[in-house]
Unconditional design. Sequence first.
Length: 187
Amino acid sequence: AEVNSFAKADGFGIIKANGVIRPGQRSRYVFQCDRYGTQRPGRGAGIRKRKSRKSGCQWKIVAEALPENGSQWTLRHFPNTKHHQHNHKPSADAAAHPVHRRLTSPVKAIVQSSSRRVGIRARDIGGIVRDHFPDSVYTQRDIYNARARINREHLGGYCSTAALIKLFDDKGIPYVAEWARTNPTAW
């Protein structure tokens, strides 16, 4: 978290590439720029042509908790100098990095409690979140996605119609389901 707060202030994002576990504790992590590497080739002619954030950046560092250091975390560069510099300019907006837009538990709680109000829009919830957490960089799409995830969890993975039928079954409420005549498998 501290590493990414530094990165957020400097206009880039950091992701954890891998870690090494020594008996009983983590002792080494490799952190790299979220634009590290090159874009993967497309897997066919999909409908959505999404642009990759990868820019061929080679920046990465190592965090180690060494016993001779009292197991205190120490950051250091890789020996190869190609990993010392980013190959891109800092981002003007921290929202360009998904790692800075991950919803924390308090933010999820605000989204969930605000979503219970009838007729509240995602942009209004975004304003409430920004009032409580001024440093937050969530987009409107992040709020929409969080609300959809909360609704899916609330419905137990069922679609809304299936959840209603399950509720009727659980409560013993009689009902009649009518199927569409043109498509007998549709609700």
